[in-house]
Design a protein around this ligand. Sequence first.
Ligand code: ARG
Length: 572
Amino acid sequence: MNLLQLLNDRFKAALAAVGAPEAQPLVQLAGRPEYGDYQMNGVMGAAKAQKLNPRELAQKIIEVVDLDGIAQKLDIAGPGFINITLDDGFLAGRVEAALQDARLGVPALPKKRVMVEYSSPNLAKEMHVGHLRSTIIGDALARVQAFAGMEVIRQNHVGDWGTQFGMLVAYLVETRKTGQAELELADLENFYRKAKIRFDEDAAFADTARDYVVKLQGGDPEVNALWHQFLEISLSHCNAVYQRLNVQLNDGDVRGESFYNDDLPVIVEELRQQGLLVEDQGAQVVFLEEFRNKEGEAQAYIIQKKDGGYLYATTDLGAIRFRTRALKLDHCIYVVDARQALHFQQLFTLARKAGFAPESFQLEHISFGTMMGKDGKPFKTRSGDTVKLIELLEEAEQRAFDLVSAKNPDLDESTRRQIAEAVGIGAVKYADLSKNRTSDYIFDWDTMLSFEGNTAPYLQYAYTRAARIRSNAAGIKDAALTLDQPAEHALALELARFSDVVHQVARESYPHFLCQYLYTLATQFSRFYEACPVLEADSKIAHGGRLKLSDLTAATLKTGLDLLGIKVLETM
Ligand code: ARG
């Protein structure tokens, strides 16, 4: 059981024993070392409900709470907080047990089928920086869900449908004729731009493009084959980005918008049968009472356009319906930027009303802010163009390579390249994941690549240091872990807290809590390293015991960074 849960359970029982079975124990990590390790904040609420003096109630709780062998000290502070200092032997036992466990002592939560839908770029164009956040936040959340014991289905809901694909197929046919296709497709951004110019400037080309759209929708095999070829090439560009980013998405996770195409008329029909659909200015819409405009009128959610075309929303309804009925999911997490918040609120509301999503199916929009440049505006190139994601990642690796080369000029080039890959990509991902995802953040190369502060390079370096202790520890005798020094206690507490944090991120989907934890862990490790020599200690007993702290720190940093999709190195 994770520590927070354990303490909450014990205090819950104590509250019941003092006649307050309804009260919540509200145990939290202590804000400062002088408040102990954890704090129980539920006394005031319980006392108020029972009209008792909170300090007296706190005293009673301390007398009955069963924390033998878990806490070494319980103090009442302020109006009735209970400060909890964990027992050294208990903490040492947690550390020893975690070291023997491949899951580092993190219990699995009850298994559910969870989909994490992320990345989801539009395949008509190349991935740009706007796709970065969904891709890396989603990947981290999928890893955390899996580690927490869920059955995870990753889903890349790519944009692979719509009129623009007629234009792209038409241009593909044209470039094939001149033998330029290979060359042009190497840069999809350019390919799209040129196709668009042809479409706008040449009426015959535009007619062909429109004809292809009709054929594509009608299932014409030849046009379908061409469309598939285009998608394959576009996906191979995405895969190159995923690979570089160390993101666990592959072709098997792709289920694009086109997949739901045949369901769309059925969706409209089902909505109509349920009496939800209304015709409004020729379009088929649903009025949702829950969403009102400034004038207080229910807002229209458009399902089918006047010309019969379907919308983004219709496809999403189809996807929800498929995800419950065919995939039998328990929970679906949509990692999509904050600008789509209203869309998802309306979508979820309608999906519930229409019976596509029963109450037991949890739907969550995990939103995030925008990545900004140093000028405080959305991140762009100097000339104001969108930045291709692959180019941003190349730059990250090059910058890291220059840094590493300056720091370690004697390392051979291939080693420096390897370090640069882990550090450069790690820095970009960590800079993003370590911020509260709901806010915008400023993308700044110098801060993210710094070896000091809450950065990937700092954590990667801390891992290397802990791993190096292990590789120099040959011959040190195994010994029981004792926590005599404050720095040892503090480090053991951090290590024992890992499952609290993993479970919190699995529950709340905020990766920055894990980052903050790893940073604190690395800082505590650094203090311990200064204060409590592992290899130079005179006593062999301290040796073997302390080595366990440093070993578990290495393992926890490695696992924690892996949950964020960030690599570590044995030397750097
Ligand atoms: N392709 C969409 C875009 O680029 C994102 C898709 C998000 N997922 C969804 N189920 N609507 O904006």
